[in-house]
Design a protein around this ligand. Structure first.
Ligand code: AHR
Length: 319
């Protein structure tokens, strides 16, 4: 074979390889993903991580659906994935309960499910293959330990709770209360949901600051950074100093809260890592190849406050 023919054959083989796994090809793994919504900066980063990772992998054909924080939308998206016959379904359950029927339908259709970020409560095992995400109880514990170590044994805490019935709201509260129960001087004196959004966080903090207990509040524990950022605005508008008059502790670790910590308007954020798209598709590929996957995959996370947040840390934060 002459040199020219060798080059032509090599080029043809390369084209074959690329087309073997190009987007829309039937040899790809069809993944249906039903996302919670776009309620927070964390969620937006999480969605980018899923879509970005799917784009990088030529063997993945992703269909993405946004449930706009409504469980019925999420269930109907999952049913559509079942009807379409995708290879793997993944979703981040808006709340913990109410998914049992649709999980059974997926199982009957022989479609494996990977839970992503949030867990569910089900009465029988085997309805999903794996849960990838954070340890929410531990996040709540970390927030409480930070309060004890940095505020001391006396604190009147106002709590902004996440979406009622969601895994992070239930478990973060549990973790926080588990730690403070041995510290009787630390009390939660106000607690209400802000639905994980900045607007609701601001609105609820405004009502806390108009309540008879307003002047007693010296710590805010927000189940996510977006609610804390909304609350910071409400505190400033009420003529108080966030980060000083009221110590702000929240969860997620988004760039805007890092900036607030650097500016002295917030005090601590417990990291919850949204960049877990690669972990998702690693698990999806294993399931598709018939390999066994662990039931639980945890993300690696830290705690940030003024001791470890510098301008360089803020600048390098991607979300
Ligand atoms: O499930 C993770 C939580 O959901 C994040 O803490 C919050 O910001 C998001 O909306």
């Amino acid at each position: 074979m002459n040199k020219f023919a060798t080059v032509i054959m090599a080029a043809a083989a390369a084209t074959l390889l690329v087309t073997a796994c190009s987007k829309g090809d039937s040899s790809q793994i069809k993944v249906g993903f039903a996302q919670v919504g776009a309620e927070s900066d964390w969620r937006k980063a999480n969605t980018e991580s899923i879509k970005g990772e799917a784009d990088k992998r030529s063997n993945i054909d992703l269909t993405f659906s946004d449930a706009q924080q409504k469980q019925e939308n999420q269930i109907s998206a999952i049913r559509t994935f079942i009807t379409k016959g995708v290879d793997v379904i993944s979703f981040s359950p808006i709340v913990k309960t109410g998914f049992e029927d649709v999980l059974k339908e997926a199982k009957e259709a022989g479609i494996p499910v990977v839970l992503f970020d949030r867990g569910v409560e089900v009465s029988e095992p085997g309805l999903y293959k794996c849960l990838i995400g954070s340890d929410f109880v531990e996040e709540g514990r970390r927030a409480a330990r930070w309060v004890i170590e940095n505020v001391g044994e006396n604190a009147n805490v106002a709590e902004l709770v996440g979406t009622p019935g969601s895994d992070p709201a239930v478990e973060r509260k549990k973790g926080f209360e588990e730690i403070i129960k041995d510290h009787p001087g630390i009390k939660i004196i106000k607690s209400q949901t802000g639905d994980f959004t900045r607007a609701k966080g601001k609105e609820v903090m405004e009502s806390f600051l108009k309540s008879p207990e307003a002047d007693q509040i010296n710590v805010l524990f927000a189940h996510n950074d977006d609610m804390a950022l909304g609350a910071i605005q409400a505190i400033e508008e009420a003529g108080k100093k966030p980060g000083k008059d009221i110590i702000i502790v929240s969860i997620d670790g988004v760039k805007s809260i890092f900036e607030a910590i650097l500016a002295g308007k917030a005090n601590c954020t417990v990291e919850c890592n949204p960049i877990i798209g690669a972990q998702l598709f690693d698990v999806v590929e294993k399931i598709h190849a018939g390999e066994t996957v662990p039931e639980r995959v945890y993300s690696v996370e830290s705690v940030y406050d003024s001791k470890n947040i510098t301008q360089e840390v803020v600048d390098s934060r991607k979300y």
